[in-house]
Design a protein around this ligand. Structure first.
Ligand code: UDP
Length: 324
């Protein structure tokens, strides 16, 4: 198959590129960032890397037109960026999605749409099933622009299917981590803590650290994405992809400290000091993963300890290598 992966040099996208190439497909990765995360694939005869924007309609049209399957994974997906750059977030996360769905629908090309657990917002009734309520905050709070853009993207998938016959699958991720995530010290919580541990700084736990997440290891998640993407039964559905294990952020810091035999102390910092007023945290986030298990047999199998060990070893050996 000829496969286009937008965001192909991103964290998830790069693992998809590797798996799909390994399985014999022709893969084009389109990404705003350079090819650092896919550098081992550069030169492979079935791999093409294009540094460009999903907002470039001409480029999109050419690349979509050549594809049998599209993974639309390009997005601004880290809280610091969507708080600081809400317009850029909406442009990339919503406008580009519409363009891709429109182009794909015109040729009936299947789109695997990368959505997010953020769309459930602060629904207190965890674990969340795919069709559960979404509880989001005010539109004045930038944090919700990401969730809103992704939820609108999902609505568009259903709408394009209903009126224009678009084949699609929606995948919603829950705190995926592993080697090649963000630059140390930036982005999501694990790379931020890792830089602090590696440089013996205090660990910046936001709030009281009792907020929870369910961390899913990248190799498990990649397998889950491929399982639903390639299944006919999974078409036109949305899937939570994540681990059922709920961990507080304070526990995460403690587990990382133990696994890496680190020495840093933990410091508690109010959210408002980090993000300003345009941020609200999500108190608990846990997926119900029955649907993906039932349709494909997939479930996460890597324990948090195991996955963190691999991740810590990776960042320890190459702390400054990933620049995105
Ligand atoms: N967090 C933290 N310290 C940090 C970075 C993040 O305590 O230095 C917390 C953050 O407030 C949130 C959780 O870790 O409660 C997960 O944050 P992340 O940015 O990884 O992603 P989110 O799940 O919020 O999208």
């Amino acid at each position: 198959m000829r496969i286009l992966i937008t965001g192909g040099a991103g964290f998830l996208g790069s693992y998809l590129c590797e798996s799909l190439i390994r399985d014999g497909n022709e893969v084009t990765a389109l990404d705003l960032a350079g090819p650092e995360r896919v550098k081992d694939l550069l030169g492979h005869k079935k791999f093409t890397f294009i540094q460009g924007s999903v907002l470039d309609k001409k480029l999109l049209k050419e690349e979509v037109g050549k594809s049998d399957l599209i993974f639309h994974f390009a997005a601004i997906a880290n809280p610091q960026t969507y708080v600081l750059k809400p317009l850029t977030t909406l442009e990339i996360d919503l406008r580009a999605t519409l363009d891709i769905l429109e182009l794909a629908a015109a040729k009936s090309i299947k789109v695997v749409f990368a959505s997010t657990s953020e769309i459930y917002g602060r629904n207190p009734n965890v674990p969340w099933k795919e069709d559960d309520e979404r509880v989001l905050g005010s539109t004045k709070i930038n944090r919700w622009c990401y969730a809103t853009a992704k939820a609108a993207g999902e609505h568009y998938c259903y709408a394009y299917r209903q009126q224009k016959g678009l084949p699609f699958v929606i995948v919603r991720f829950f705190n995926v981590y592993g080697p090649r995530e963000d630059d140390p010290g930036t982005g999501r919580v694990i790379p931020i803590f890792l830089k602090q541990f590696l440089t013996k700084e205090k660990i910046s736990v936001h709030g009281d650290g009792k907020q929870t997440r369910s961390f899913a290891y990248i190799d498990d998640v990649t397998k889950g994405i491929l399982a639903v993407s390639l299944s006919k039964k999974a078409e036109y559905m949305s899937f939570n992809i994540g681990s059922k294990r709920e961990t507080t952020i304070l526990e995460l810091a403690q587990i990382m400290k133990k696994m890496g035999r680190f020495e840093s102390e933990i410091a508690f910092i109010p959210h408002v000091e980090v993000f300003g007023e345009s941020y609200e945290d999500i108190p608990r986030r846990v997926p119900n993963v029955d649907r993906i298990k039932e349709i494909t047999g997939w479930k996460a199998t890597t324990s948090l300890e195991e996955g963190l060990k691999i991740t810590i070893d990776y960042y320890r050996k190459r702390p400054e290598t990933i620049k995105v």
